[in-house]
Write a protein that binds this ligand. Structure first.
Ligand code: PBG
Length: 328
């Protein structure tokens, strides 16, 4: 049957009909808010390229976490900017690291929030790469996979000891989920989940984040460990391996330019899928909205809904707090 019997506009006619046949629901429970913590007190240093976001000291971060909780967002993910960096990123796994103090601050405030930590070396190394550097067989400096695994495992363990509820390795070393799972289990934390940045692409959309986290690589780029954007089949291998190594949630990152990867992963794997709507996805809309070219709220909610529709259960987004408030 087709026109004039079939008329798809019938169920678009009013808001009630549209609500009744709505296929995709976005709720605050789907959202995770990224936060950047720096040393000091009463710090709220705006991140110019990401309007509305700021580097926060522990005290101001705890206040922000309270308002995120009040908006109904269930989780935050913490990124640390240490006071000093070195070749092996020792601040990443120090017991009193900036991230550890932020976790303790949030936990002391007894907020109803899941505290996730980003586990990576790039914010803590003076060279800005995501692991330890060694000279490779071409005589070039490169990130050494296997020695980095120990550092990442130590970092994850330090975050969990400080009270974090979940760790999220974002480095893209081979075998890191297994290494972290082993370290956590060995220390009695077998009940702590891992959200793996499984299909993380070497993306131009991370531009503004590198200012926020002060972590641009000082030489070269991240293409020897992050995924090559043209590849989709390889993403399924990355995800399958992370699941095998014990990941509880797998992530695709960025989101907007990788909706096909999210959709394929959701069809293929029965595991919760997260997607990271990264800094560039946020900043480009903010910039267009500031020029009056796009409506920020409508555009942001449309993008978030599209990420849900593709198959992501969880979305890491700089709009988490605003979107939760818009949705109420
Ligand atoms: C750390 C990390 C990055 C992001 C999240 N974790 C930067 C990178 O890999 O270069 C990007 C987040 C964003 O752009 O919002 N490895």
């Amino acid at each position: 049957m087709s026109f004039p019997i079939t008329r798809l506009r019938r169920l678009r006619r009013n808001d009630i009909f549209r609500r009744m046949v709505c296929e995709t629901v976005l709720t605050p429970d789907n959202l995770i808010m990224p936060l950047f913590v720096v040393p000091g007190s009463r710090v709220k240093k705006p991140i110019v390229s990401m309007p509305g976001n700021a580097q926060l000291s522990v005290d101001t971060l705890v206040e922000e976490a309270k308002s995120i909780e009040q908006a109904g967002v269930p989780a935050v993910i913490l990124f640390g900017i240490p006071s000093k960096k070195d070749a092996l990123g020792s601040e990443a796994y120090a017991a009193d690291s900036i991230v550890a103090r932020a976790i303790e601050g949030i936990k002391k405030a007894k907020l109803d929030l899941c505290v996730i930590t980003d586990v990576c070396m790039c914010e803590y190394t003076d060279h800005g790469h995501c692991g330890a550097i060694k000279t490779n067989r071409d005589g070039q400096p490169d990130v050494d996979n296997d020695s980095t695994l120990e550092l990442l495992a130590k970092e994850a363990l330090a975050h969990i000891r400080a009270g974090a509820d979940m760790v999220a390795p974002s480095d893209m070393m081979d075998g890191r989920v297994g290494a972290i799972r082993g370290a956590l289990d060995g220390a009695g934390f077998s009940d702590v989940p891992i959200m793996a940045y499984s299909a993380k692409y070497a993306s131009a959309f991370y531009g503004p984040f590198r200012d926020a986290a002060e972590s641009p690589p000082q030489f070269g780029d991240r293409s020897s460990y992050q995924m090559n954007p043209p590849n989709a089949r390889e993403a399924m291998r990355e995800i399958a391996l992370d699941i095998e190594e014990g990941a509880d949630i797998v992530m695709v990152k960025p989101a907007l330019a990788y909706l096909d990867i999210i959709a394929q992963a959701a069809q293929r794997f029965d595991i919760p899928i997260a997607a990271y709507q990264v800094s560039g996805e946020f900043s480009m809309i903010k910039a267009a909205a500031a020029n009056g070219w796009l409506d920020e709220k409508r555009t942001a909610l449309e993008m978030l809904t599209a990420i849900r529709r593709a198959g992501a259960q969880l979305i890491l987004t700089y709009w988490a707090k605003d979107a939760a408030n818009w949705l109420r």
